[in-house]
Design a protein around this ligand. Structure first.
Ligand SMILES: NC(=O)c1ccc[n+]([C@@H]2O[C@H](COP(=O)([O-])OP(=O)(O)OC[C@H]3O[C@@H](n4cnc5c(N)ncnc54)[C@H](OP(=O)(O)O)[C@@H]3O)[C@@H](O)[C@H]2O)c1
Length: 287
């Protein structure tokens, strides 16, 4: 059994993926802008992920911009049949590396075409509409115009499945009135727990919940409680953070990001650690 498959599988739309996936954002240069210092090292991470059984990669054309998708294409194309590449649209980068909204229907259509071109695909398996909100947390507001534009691309056959990112429960409901939603990607980890109810509601509907910043993002989680639990389990603190997510709900799919083969290998062992109820109770303190 490969490392990525040990945590089991979940249906993303009509495709079964291993719950341990990989988030490709860290592969481009500093601040997710420009090329990486060592493109060969970036390619090695991607190839190692697939060799370890990862068949779910999260990306976006605004990583780099374009750079991360081009790295994925160079390293992995032609793609393995079971590989599901998920992208997101709704932002663009300024020349100063700033992150800016790009949420008009025309910008969303252009972004889907950019993803297809840079990844070397005719059809995207999953496209998430990434609502702007407050950058890393959602804010209510209509997403009808944007999701309708993506649903039209789905009807045209350019997208197989649609998802959402950085959204509230009411935005999920609104989108479901327009087209099926197969996944929701929001900020969630051991210390950022706003979505408890949403995860359960999506689980009942068979919809995947894919936490972004599963390790805490650019500044990975640090907590005495987490370190203490990790020491007793004989695991690294970040593996425990991932193991906690895997145990939290069966519809949670992981896409930890890393630019390092060593960190990737370590993260893929997360399912080896079973957190007992007493340690789970202790970890509640981290939130
Ligand atoms: N929808 C959205 O708005 C959104 C926002 C952010 C991210 N995302 C997606 O979510 C994915 C995951 O988020 P993320 O990459 O930002 O954050 P993350 O997975 O929470 O953490 C990544 C950070 O942790 C470090 N790291 C990873 N494994 C480690 C290990 N074993 N030991 C020590 N450090 C480790 C990485 O550095 P190294 O490179 O040195 O390992 C990097 O600094 C992204 O790749 C992206 O696909 C989506």
């Amino acid at each position: 059994m490969s490392n990525a498959s040990k945590a089991g599988t979940f249906l993303l739309g009509d495709r079964s993926v291993n719950r341990m996936g990989y988030g490709a954002m860290q592969l481009s240069g500093p601040n997710v802008f420009g090329p990486p210092k060592d493109p060969k090292a970036a390619a090695a991470v991607l190839r190692e992920a697939l060799a370890a059984g990862v068949n779910h990669i999260d990306t976006s054309d605004f990583y780099g911009p374009h750079v991360t998708n081009q790295l994925i294409r160079e390293a992995l194309h032609p793609y393995a049949q079971d590989l599901v590449i998920v992208t997101k649209v709704g932002a663009q980068r300024g020349p100063d590396a700033s992150w800016n909204p790009a949420q008009s229907p025309a910008e969303l259509v252009r972004a889907v075409h950019d993803n297809l071109r840079n990844l070397g695909l005719d059809v995207m398996e999953v496209v998430n509409f990434r609502a702007w909100g407050n950058m890393h947390s959602p804010a209510d507001g209509s997403i009808e115009e944007q999701f309708t534009a993506l649903a039209e691309l789905q009807r045209q056959g350019l997208i197989r499945h649609l998802g959402l990112s950085n959204v509230t429960a009411s935005q999920v409901k609104q989108a479901q009135g327009i087209a099926d939603v197969v996944c929701v990607q929001n900020h969630y980890n051991l210390s950022h727990r706003d979505d408890e109810q949403l995860i359960a509601d999506l689980g009942k509907q068979g919809i995947a919940y894919v936490p972004f910043f599963p390790l805490g993002g650019f500044t990975p989680l640090q907590s005495e409680t987490l370190s203490s639990v990790a020491t007793r389990l004989g695991a690294s603190p970040l593996c425990v953070a991932l193991a906690w997510l895997l145990q939290r709900a069966p519809n949670i799919l992981l896409i930890p990001g890393t630019s390092s083969v060593a960190h990737l290998r370590e993260n893929l062992t997360a399912s080896d650690w079973v957190i007992t109820p007493d340690l789970l109770a202790e970890l509640e303190g981290v939130a």
